[in-house]
Design a protein around this ligand. Structure first.
Ligand code: NAD
Length: 317
């Protein structure tokens, strides 16, 4: 199926991610049916969607939010949500038994050629689709939060996935302005959550060793590597850092202090880190400038405003 032939999209689960996907799909002209488990959840989903649309309008990304909102229908009937869908984006809770039972219910009613994509952040697709009747049309479609702004989608597949469906999913996401990357093989955590966790493990380790505070680790990342990573990936950054390029940089690192041997390698987050770091985080949030905000909601809003500026530099808006 060509991307332009995908007109009806079903969103299964409308929380942080599902509510953001729905806005993206509707903004790009798709008819969206959003399913959630009860009316209370749907009312929350609608609030998330209204907030996302208002934000896009306030920041000059969209004009007519009512017309976009009118393309989103809300339902507690799975059958109603998926029966006419050409593309299903599942964004339910990150628990394997729930993902498997959602998939079973979707498959019961969805057209057999519909693509079913899961937003899962790290479950191997082979596990999620282990009981699928038609695993050939299932892909991973892992967004980065919030999907109505951040371009990346990691597409995963299994040995049973039809390569044509992978290509269709890739073309569909591309047509929405996303930057899809198809993983060559299924892998827990995919690419980005692994990269993110590797950096985070080292941040935790530096704090635990007493080298820096939580706030200093975050500031070092934001005003150092993070600001360059918003432009280029680390391989390119290395390429630019040495007159002999990436290879020259590797030779230089190999001939110097073996930092790799000192990097954190523990295999679980220290039990008491969360509570300790939260205390410091509460203090950090209290002391932020008012324009940045002091609550999760206010700070996310500030983050998203900054994201729009960065995305404009990438010609994404
Ligand atoms: N939050 C993130 O940063 C992020 C980023 C990328 C991917 N994801 C993935 O997206 C998915 C959703 O995460 P989230 O953060 O939006 O969670 P969330 O808790 O905000 O939303 C989950 C939604 O699923 C609904 N739900 C609960 N049980 C359900 C069921 N049986 N069937 C259908 N819907 C059901 C809930 O009512 C809610 O609307 C997860 O797989 C998560 O790993 C999350």
């Amino acid at each position: 199926m060509k991307a332009e032939d995908i007109k009806n999209v079903a969103g299964i689960g409308g929380g942080v991610i599902g509510g953001s996907w729905a806005v993206l799909f509707a903004t790009k002209g798709k008819n969206v049916k959003l399913y959630d488990i009860n009316d209370e959840c749907l009312a929350n989903d609608e609030k998330t969607i209204d907030g996302n649309l208002q934000f896009l309008k306030d920041n000059g990304v969209i004009d007519d939010m009512d017309a976009i909102k009118a393309r989103i229908q809300f339902t507690t009937s799975m059958e109603e949500a998926v029966k006419d869908a050409q593309f299903v984006q599942e964004s339910g809770p990150e628990r394997l038994p729930i993902k498997q039972s959602m998939l079973a219910e979707i498959e019961q009613y969805a057209p057999v050629d519909a693509i079913i994509a899961t937003s899962s952040s790290g479950l191997p697709l082979a596990d999620t689709t282990a009981k699928a009747v038609h695993p050939e049309r299932c892909v991973g479609g892992h967004p980065y939060n919030p999907p109505h702004l951040i371009p990346l989608v990691e597409i995963t597949k299994t040995e049973k996935t039809d390569p044509a469906k992978v290509e269709e999913a890739k073309e569909f996401y591309t047509s929405l302005g996303k930057e899809p990357i198809v993983l060559k093989k299924d892998c827990p955590g995919y690419i980005c959550n692994r990269l993110q966790l590797a950096v985070f493990r080292e941040m935790v380790d530096l704090v635990e060793r007493g080298v820096c505070t939580v706030e200093e680790a975050d500031r070092a990342l934001t005003y150092g590597p993070g600001i360059r990573w918003a432009i280029f990936g680390h391989n390119m950054i290395m390429q630019l850092a040495n007159k002999n390029g990436l290879k020259g940089m590797m030779d230089m690192l190999a001939g110097g202090y073996n930092l790799c041997a000192d990097i954190a390698s523990w295999d679980h987050i220290p039990d008491d880190y969360g509570a300790k770091a939260q205390k410091e985080m509460d203090e950090i949030m209290k002391n932020l400038p008012d324009e940045v905000g002091h609550t999760n909601e206010e700070i996310s809003h500030y983050r998203d405003k900054m994201l729009i500026q960065i995305l404009k530099l990438h010609h994404k808006f």
